[in-house]
Design a protein around this ligand. Structure first.
Ligand SMILES: [Zn+2]
Length: 179
């Protein structure tokens, strides 16, 4: 599976989110494993020093106590605290950035339940995240996905970010790497 790094930015081009190729692939694998129920997990990574860029390094699977349905997902918390402590102590240091969800139908926007979850996360001191991200993955065909990214400043009023081209991605030249 070829996935380039995914990049999103706001309308003012003042904030961007970069999702590492491995994190995107992991989300797609988890979505593909069972297309008839929602799933999700947390996003971890770091911010640039001026907070203008969030870099998502990892997208986890659902904690063991998560609950799923065709059009709903309640992310559990089993093991999450330990995981976040371990990531904080690793080099490079990473931390909680937000959530990701698989929506089984092509409805790539936050549900009422999703908005409630993001509000709770932003207010929960354990996440230390006043501006959580929500990435939503939807199927559009075999092996094809729509990925949308929202930022929730203060946990409310989701702002959709738009996907932009990766300026550092070089299209392979025809014949290149074919040796
Ligand atoms: Zn959702």
């Amino acid at each position: 599976m070829i996935v380039r790094r995914l990049i999103f930015e706001d309308a003012e081009q003042s904030f961007r989110v970069m999702i590492a190729d491995e994190a995107a692939k992991h989300m797609f694998r988890l979505c593909n494993a069972n297309r008839s129920q929602e799933t999700g997990g947390i996003l971890t990574g770091s911010y640039s020093s001026d907070y203008s860029t969030a870099e998502v390094v990892e997208a986890t699977g659902p904690p063991a106590d998560s609950e799923f349905g065709r059009d709903w997902f309640h992310r559990g918390t089993d093991g999450l605290e330990e995981l976040l402590i371990a990531k904080w102590n690793e080099a490079p240091r990473t931390h909680y950035l937000g959530e990701w969800h698989f929506h089984t139908a092509n409805v790539p926007w936050p549900s009422a339940q999703d908005k409630k979850q993001m509000r709770e996360v932003a207010r929960d001191a354990r996440y230390k995240c006043a501006q959580p991200l929500l990435v939503i993955v939807c199927p559009v065909g075999a092996g094809q996905w729509v990925v949308k990214c929202y930022v929730f400043p203060g946990g409310t009023a989701p702002q959709p970010l738009r996907m932009v081209e990766d300026p550092d991605f070089d299209e392979p030249e025809p014949g290149e790497g074919a040796a």
